[in-house]
Design a binder for this molecule. Structure first.
Ligand code: SAM
Length: 167
């Protein structure tokens, strides 16, 4: 299956540039040493590679076989703790749970109903004391916040990003 981002990623590595400083600063401050991360819509892995180099085991999922292939090549050649799957967040079956579930500019790709449903489905993959981190288009954030359980603490709040910690 050819998906929207395949061609974009084929044009070269680092299509989206390095991870943003704002996200790197947040993750550096809030992720405990060795915390596991699910990177949803990881693409070529700009965040996954940075996280793995920082010592975090990462599982990445993305429907782009091109992006996932590039990420798998980097993981193997640099011996990084990354597992990457060609998968759609709406129906991929995950047995594990994670200390952090990250959505970096992935959810705007989905229609409104599927965006919130897919996000809610993956919230249950966050470990106790773990966090969910979202970077997305500002108008999408309210609908996503609305399905976060009331007892989760907000630990990051920006115009186009947020994070909550599960109790
Ligand atoms: C703007 S890119 C962001 C990629 C990566 N998170 C980053 O920051 O470099 C959006 C990504 O979402 C992926 N995507 C689109 N629909 C998806 C879905 N249903 N499930 C998982 N990922 C999806 C695309 O293939 C693409 O790699």
């Amino acid at each position: 299956m050819t998906v929207k981002y395949d061609q974009y990623y084929q044009e070269g590595p680092d299509a989206l540039g390095p991870p943003t400083k704002r996200l790197v600063d947040f993750l550096t401050q809030h992720l405990p040493k060795g915390a596991s991360v699910l990177d949803v819509g990881c693409g070529q892995g700009r965040d996954a590679v940075w996280l793995a180099r920082a010592g975090h085991p990462v599982t990445g999922i993305d429907p782009s076989a091109v992006g996932i292939g590039q990420l798998q090549d980097i993981a193997v050649s640099q011996s990084l703790p990354i597992t990457a799957h060609v998968a759609d967040l709406e129906n991929f079956s995950l047995t594990e749970t994670y200390d952090c579930v990250l959505f970096d500019r992935t959810l705007h790709m989905l229609d409104d109903v599927y965006r919130v449903a897919g996000f809610k489905r993956l919230l249950c993959k966050v470990n106790p004391a773990g966090c969910v981190v979202v970077l997305d288009e500002a108008p999408n954030l309210a609908g996503l916040r609305a399905v976060i359980p009331a007892d989760w603490d907000q630990i990051w709040d920006g115009k186009s990003d947020f994070a909550y910690r599960r109790p």
